[in-house]
Design a protein around this ligand. Structure first.
Ligand code: PAF
Length: 291
């Protein structure tokens, strides 16, 4: 029988679990998720495992990071399946799956953590209030569990850079680890939202990564340094795919996440995009070291 993670649903249970690990002198490594786990999440858990210590996965579909017209109600909630996936291979020691009332005891939240400027573009511009919800819930999770390490996927690269800044500026003693995006064989980034795609949308969706790879080649092989040209190249490839509706394409620096007109040699840049296929809004990115 594969080992089963301990299920914690209240703040008190989570705090006791944390205190017990501390008493034993064990490091705590956390993987925050919204559930609907796929292989990308299991890769985060494997990375967490490799850090050593106790691994805890949080599963909470966080209402405050969804806009009024977004998919909060439709977002898949698959706790029983998720826990099964976390046994055996993807094994963690505990799952923290709180009810909304545990995370937001007053219903309407009045205390927020937000990071200025880094959320002004990309998903921050396309989804107003989204990152304020993310930073608030992650700050709360960090406060409850005081993890030594927290592991996040780099598919949400802007989220990762914002959380890193938030954690440093708030003085959390948590080291953030970013894990490269896990992809299907045709290059589509794994996402809980891929399940919304119908067969023709699914067939078309790899254009996202193909267009990012083309842009990366232009920078690395052809010496392209013009931010607008890079965006135009990607937009052209997306426009050629009839089922794809572009949301944004952007090239930004990885510190302040501001749009770049020209790419400097020796810098690291993030090329990020979001696009709709039917109702599914998918994101992807590449992080490029400019030669
Ligand atoms: O990346 C996610 O799944 C969520 O944004 C996170 C970090 C778990 C916060 O709700």
């Amino acid at each position: 029988m594969p080992a089963s993670p301990k299920i914690l649903t209240t703040l008190d249970q989570a705090r006791i679990w944390r205190a017990e690990a501390r008493t034993r002198g064990e490091k705590v490594v956390m993987v925050p998720t919204m559930g609907a786990l796929h292989d990308g999440h299991l890769e985060l858990v494997r990375t967490a495992r490799a850090e050593g210590g106790r691994v805890i996965v949080s599963i909470f579909v966080n209402p405050t990071q969804f806009g009024p017209n977004e998919d909060f109600d439709a977002y898949p909630r698959t706790l029983a399946e998720d826990v099964q996936k976390l046994q055996g291979d993807g094994c963690c020691d505990a799952v923290f799956a709180p009810a909304p009332t545990e995370m937001y005891p007053f219903g309407t939240n009045r205390t927020w953590v937000s990071v200025d400027r880094l959320g002004d573009h990309l998903c921050g511009a396309a989804r107003p209030g989204h990152f304020k919800g993310v930073t608030t819930v992650v700050a709360r999770l960090f406060t409850i569990l005081t993890p030594d390490v927290a592991v996040f996927g780099l598919k949400d690269a802007q989220q990762f850079f914002i959380l890193k800044r938030m954690s440093q500026e708030m003085g959390f003693a948590t080291r953030l680890v970013g894990v490269p995006t896990v992809r299907e064989v045709d290059g589509l980034a794994m996402s809980s939202r891929n399940r919304y795609l119908n067969p023709s949308e699914r067939a078309a969706a790899p254009v996202l990564y193909q267009s990012l790879q083309a842009a990366q080649r232009s920078i690395l092989k052809n010496g392209e340094r013009d931010g607008h040209q890079i965006i135009a190249q990607i937009e052209g490839l997306l426009a050629a795919e009839p089922t794809c509706r572009r949301d944004y394409v952007s090239v930004v620096d990885t510190q302040e996440m501001q749009p770049l007109v020209s790419l400097e040699s020796g810098s690291t840049v993030l090329i990020a995009l979001a696009a709709y296929f039917g109702p599914a809004r998918l994101i992807d990115n590449v992080i490029v070291d400019v030669p």
